[in-house]
Each structure stands twice: as structure tokens, then as C-alpha cells.
Design a protein around this ligand. Structure first.
Ligand code: 5GP
Length: 202
């Protein structure tokens, strides 16, 4: 009954999904997949922790080797989820979180319909603008591009199983954790095993 589940967390850039995911790691049964990207590292980002930063050539090679569970082009850069790493973590019974964009989430939904899809919403668009500006890594052009993209992404919220508004970080983390816990109580084929145990005990 405790087998690892695959959770997909999406939401517009600046909604706070990265921070929420980081806080989920206090639970030792949860792992976050480290994506690969062709974008340049931002200040303070560490290769192998925030992302594996690779060249376009390396990324293409992994596409050709079918090494990604999903991949997508986001804001002109490529991002992908390394397949083997996720499979290994799930085999070891960890809950695995993919923090990926909507295009990637739709690919996962196609390939792994049993995954659980969670969308993180910002409390408002003005708050989202403030959060993205606060990062200090955006030009006016890229800020507007991200806000337009955010609106497009938000329109896909109905493809997800759950949505969580991140107005208060701790409350949002609690809600995501509650979803993870609830998913472990979902009635599935595994429940048959428990019924067999009960029968044996009579
Ligand atoms: P950022 O450049 O701000 O770190 O990420 C930009 C967007 O790419 C975010 O929406 C993030 O969730 C998404 N992203 C990060 N890793 C992956 C991945 O492996 N696959 C996909 N499809 N999207 C990703």
C-alpha cells in the first residue's frame, strides 16, 4: 500500500512551485526529480541540484536515446525529465515529484495516466508580476513574455486533478502534503491484498 506515486506539479513561473517542492523534502519518502535544461544557470543555481545544465547537443543526444520521460521547449530553452532517475526512485518506493511545465505534464498524462497532477496558482496576476520582478533576472520583454505565458498556462488548470493557491507558503505546502497523503489512501488494486490478509486472519 505504500508504493511510490508520481506527482506532477505545474504552475506559472513565479507561482512558487519550486519553493513549495523544496519544503516537501522534509518528508523522507519524497524525492524531487532534477530536470535537465539548456538554459543558462541563474545566480546561485547549482549544477546537479537545481538542474543539470547541458548544451543543446547533449540534450538532443538524450532525446535520440529516448532518455527523457518528457521534454519541452519553454521560453526558448529545452527542459526534460531524465527517465532512468525517476524510474529508479519509484522502484525504491519514493514518491517522486516532477516540477514541470504544462506541455510536459500533458505528455506524462498520456504515458502515465495514474500520475497525480497538481497545479499551483498565484494569488493574483499583480502578485505574480511582483514575484517575477523580485527575482531580478528578467528584462521587461522577458517579464511580459512570462506573464503572457502564465495566463496561457493557467487556462489549462482543468487538466489537473488538484489546484492549490499559493497565497501563504506554509498553508500551500500543507495542502500539497495533504493531497499526497490522501492519494496514499485512494482505493486501488492493492486493497485486494489487504482483504486477503484479513481473510487469512479469520
Ligand atoms: P525556470 O527556467 O524558471 O527554472 O523554469 C521554466 C519552466 O520550465 C517552469 O515552468 C518549470 O516548471 C519548467 N520545467 C522545469 N523543468 C522541466 C522539465 O523537466 N520538463 C518540462 N516540461 N518543464 C520543466
Amino acid at each position: 500500500m505504500n508504493r511510490g506515486r508520481l506527482f506532477v506539479i505545474s504552475g506559472p513561473s513565479g507561482a512558487g512551485k519550486g519553493t513549495i517542492c523544496g519544503k516537501l523534502l522534509v518528508d523522507e519518502h519524497i524525492k524531487i526529480s532534477t530536470s535537465m535544461t539548456t538554459r543558462q544557470p541563474r545566480q546561485g543555481e547549482v549544477d546537479g541540484e537545481d538542474y543539470f545544465f547541458v548544451s543543446q547537443e547533449e540534450f538532443r543526444k538524450i532525446i535520440d536515446e529516448r532518455g527523457f520521460l518528457e521534454y519541452a521547449e519553454v521560453y526558448g530553452n529545452f527542459y526534460g525529465t531524465p527517465k532512468q532517475e525517476v524510474m529508479d526512485m519509484m522502484r525504491d518506493d519514493f514518491d517522486v515529484i516532477l516540477e514541470i511545465d504544462i506541455q510536459g505534464a500533458l505528455q506524462i498524462k498520456e504515458a502515465y495516466p495514474e500520475a497525480i497532477f497538481i497545479f499551483i496558482l498565484p494569488p493574483s496576476m499583480s502578485e505574480l508580476r511582483k514575484r517575477i520582478t523580485g527575482r531580478g533576472s528578467e528584462t521587461e520583454e522577458s517579464l511580459n513574455r512570462r506573464l503572457n505565458e502564465a495566463m496561457k498556462e493557467i487556462s489549462y488548470v482543468d487538466k489537473y486533478d488538484y489546484c492549490v493557491v499559493n497565497a501563504d507558503l506554509d498553508a500551500a505546502v500543507d495542502r500539497v502534503m495533504a493531497i499526497i497523503i490522501a492519494e496514499h489512501s485512494r482505493v486501488s488494486e492493492d486493497v485486494r491484498t489487504i482483504i486477503e490478509w484479513y481473510k487469512e486472519e479469520i
